[in-house]
Design a protein around this ligand. Structure first.
Ligand SMILES: C[C@@]1(CC(=O)O)c2cc3[nH]c(cc4nc(cc5[nH]c(cc(n2)[C@H]1CCC(=O)O)[C@@](C)(CC(=O)O)[C@@H]5CCC(=O)O)C(CC(=O)O)=C4CCC(=O)O)c(CCC(=O)O)c3CC(=O)O
Ligand SMILES: NC(=O)C1=CN([C@@H]2O[C@H](COP(=O)(O)OP(=O)(O)OC[C@H]3O[C@@H](n4cnc5c(N)ncnc54)[C@H](O)[C@@H]3O)[C@@H](O)[C@H]2O)C=CC1
Length: 211
């Protein structure tokens, strides 16, 4: 089995090439837009959603078949056409340019795969089966999402601020660890899931005041 290395990439403003404009390409483009990438689509036909993103100026579309050279200047390359031979040519160009490449119908050619994701504010949870069972990744993601509940984004905003205050106010590393461990306790996460962490928040702030 292949063992992948997980990274969380900053693609803001980076040119990412997606070859193909169908259902799979659309999903990849959507994920890239969430990360503020500069997406270029090359495809004779595109989905309605991709056309809408183009109309909003969020995606650049070149309405023709892929030709070698399209990957110039790209940071990431996605081959997502329904033509195996075209996807292989896109792969070959990306490899020749030493670019990371994802090939929709060929896990064996992918130098990276795309995980199923949960986003909540700054939180990013990613699930991968190392290319072997994408639908399992999606379902396991759903399970994790249920277990977390809603409202994590606001809690994480609070914790980031609280953590900064602890770092500014408390110099003893032992006390810092203790305060932060309480902040990220099961009790806190359960209260967030129940949608009721107001009293927990007050207690934490009082503790910090006394520290
Ligand atoms: C290797 C990988 C490469 C890559 O695309 O990055 C890959 C490859 C392939 N997918 C195939 C099929 C499906 N993929 C999905 C869905 C998703 N696929 C995603 C990722 C990945 N898919 C990478 C591995 C991820 C991992 O490590 O687990 C997700 C997680 C992320 C995303 O795409 O954004 C997204 C869920 C997003 C969400 O729900 O949020 C569905 C379900 C659906 O469409 O609803 C089906 C139909 C059911 C089925 O066949 O299982 C086929 C066969 C094609 C065919 O038969 O023609 C191949 C090729 C092959 O396996 O040969
Ligand atoms: N990795 C994944 O998550 C999944 C991969 N797949 C595979 O992904 C591939 C694409 O599937 P769909 O998006 O459903 O197909 P689709 O039929 O919806 O779209 C195919 C797209 O490829 C474009 N295309 C065809 N020839 C081209 C060329 N020479 N240059 C540029 N674009 C070209 C077409 O214009 C069209 O937009 C299939 O091979 C399928 O087996 C399918 C499901 C999930």
């Amino acid at each position: 089995m292949r063992t992948f290395y997980p990274i969380v990439a900053d693609l803001a403003g980076k040119r990412c090439l997606v070859v193909g404009g169908g259902r799979v390409a659309e999903r990849k483009v959507g994920g890239l837009l969430e990360a503020s990438a500069a997406v270029a689509v090359v495809s004779p036909l595109i989905s309605d959603m991709i056309a809408a993103w183009e109309a909003e100026g969020r995606v650049t579309v070149v309405r023709r078949e892929y030709t070698e050279g399209d990957a110039a200047g790209a940071s990431l390359v996605f081959a997502a056409t329904d033509k195996r031979e075209v996807n292989e040519r896109v792969y070959a160009e990306a490899v020749a340019r030493a670019l990371p490449v994802n090939v929709a119908d060929r896990p064996d050619l992918c130098t990276f795969v795309v995980p199923a994701v949960i986003r909540s504010g700054p939180l990013l949870v990613t699930v991968s089966t190392s290319g072997t069972s994408p639908m399992a990744s999606a379902r396991i993601r759903d399970r994790i999402e249920e277990s977390l509940g809603e409202g994590l984004d606001r809690f994480l905003e609070f914790t980031a601020e609280y953590r900064l205050s602890v770092h500014n106010k408390v110099s003893d590393p032992g006390l810092r660890r203790k305060l932060l461990a309480e902040l990220f306790s099961d009790e806190a996460l359960d209260a967030v899931k129940a949608g009721d962490w107001g009293s927990f928040r007050s207690r934490m702030l009082a503790q910090l005041n006394e520290a």
